[in-house]
Design a protein around this ligand. Structure first.
Ligand SMILES: NC(=O)C1=CN([C@@H]2O[C@H](COP(=O)(O)OP(=O)(O)OC[C@H]3O[C@@H](n4cnc5c(N)ncnc54)[C@H](OP(=O)(O)O)[C@@H]3O)[C@@H](O)[C@H]2O)C=CC1
Ligand SMILES: O=C(O)[C@@H]1CCC=N1
Length: 268
């Protein structure tokens, strides 16, 4: 039985704890660290998992999952540096932070795996991309894959692609939520009650997502099947093109990629 400690049980750290418990891990196999005692007590009450200091997590864990904001990494690395050796696997969920940062700051030979997950972890539908640092072996990657498979799907990518992955699937759920929010507003504009508009759009999003995942069809084919000649959908598509929605998405995702790169460079 390996002990997994999540350092920084905020939004993504808590999602992982909850997903691992859901996936069959025992509460006694898990630990977390949080800096506010009230938050720590709240998480222990909710999940039955013990909250500990970073130093204790470093001593007890076989796998240390780092889930603090990239801006908060320095004190965490200072604290971990004298305590973590090559027997502990470090898994970083932090946007932008390269495995080389951990390798430089922690003891020689510490294996590090960089992961970019996303919040659908809470419903077992995460997309996680993993990359090995220079001391991480195929066994370490297999262990991380096994852990993350409890909370969704996992792919391996070269670390050079992680900033793009962060912009695409790490932040991706936010773009879909934003779209759903705007479409619900459109329903309000057209005079529908909010509850009706929400139901129509959320179920349409779920249905479209399932079709994408289950039919194996290209999104263009699926969209064309909705777009009847001289019908309603093509009028909407014309407006989306006129307002540059496709170009806006390309620019938005490029900006997110740039920010991920910037977060990494701040620690060079
Ligand atoms: N949210 C998301 O969708 C995704 C986030 N990530 C990555 O996950 C990481 C966390 O993001 P997110 O969960 O959104 O952020 P949160 O701020 O919600 O979570 C980070 C948590 O870590 C705590 N923390 C900070 N420093 C320490 C410390 N020294 N010891 C213990 N706990 C500490 C924070 O406490 P405090 O409240 O005091 O700051 C906070 O509760 C980031 O690096 C982000 O890039 C990756 C993929 C998706
Ligand atoms: O916004 C962020 O920085 C984090 C990383 C990916 C998703 N959320």
């Amino acid at each position: 039985m390996s002990t997994i400690a999540v350092v920084g049980a905020g939004k993504i750290g808590e999602s992982l704890l909850s997903g691992l418990l859901h996936g069959g891990r025992g509460a006694d196999e898990l630990l977390f660290t949080e800096r506010h005692p009230e938050r720590s007590a709240e998480l222990t009450a909710r999940y039955g998992v013990a909250g500990v200091e970073v130093a204790e997590a470093a001593k007890r864990a076989d796998v240390l999952v780092i889930a603090v904001k990239p801006q908060d990494i320095e004190p965490v690395l200072d604290e971990l540096a004298p305590l973590v050796g090559p027997d502990t696997l470090v898994v970083s969920l932090c946007a932008g932070l390269p495995t080389s940062l951990y390798e430089r700051r922690l003891a020689a030979g510490v294996p590090v795996v960089r992961v970019m997950p996303n919040t659908p972890m809470v419903v077992g539908e995460a997309m996680s991309a993993i990359s090995a640092g220079s001391h991480a072996t195929a066994e370490h990657l297999a262990l991380v894959t096994e852990l993350l498979s409890c909370v969704g799907q996992v792919i391996e990518v070269p670390e050079t692609q992680q900033d793009a992955v962060t912009a695409l699937s790490g932040s991706g759920p936010a773009y879909f939520f934003y779209l759903v929010e705007a479409m619900i507003d459109a329903g309000i504009l057209l005079g529908l009650p909010r509850a009706v508009s929400e139901k129509l759009i959320i179920q349409s999003a779920v249905g479209a997502g399932k079709m994408l995942a289950e039919t194996g069809e290209h999104p263009v084919i699926l969209r064309e099947a909705v777009t009847s000649p001289a019908g309603t959908t093509i009028n909407a598509i014309r407006e989306l093109e006129k307002h540059g929605v496709r170009a806006a998405l390309l620019a938005a995702i490029e900006a997110a990629r740039d920010r991920s790169e910037e977060l990494g460079k701040a620690h060079e």
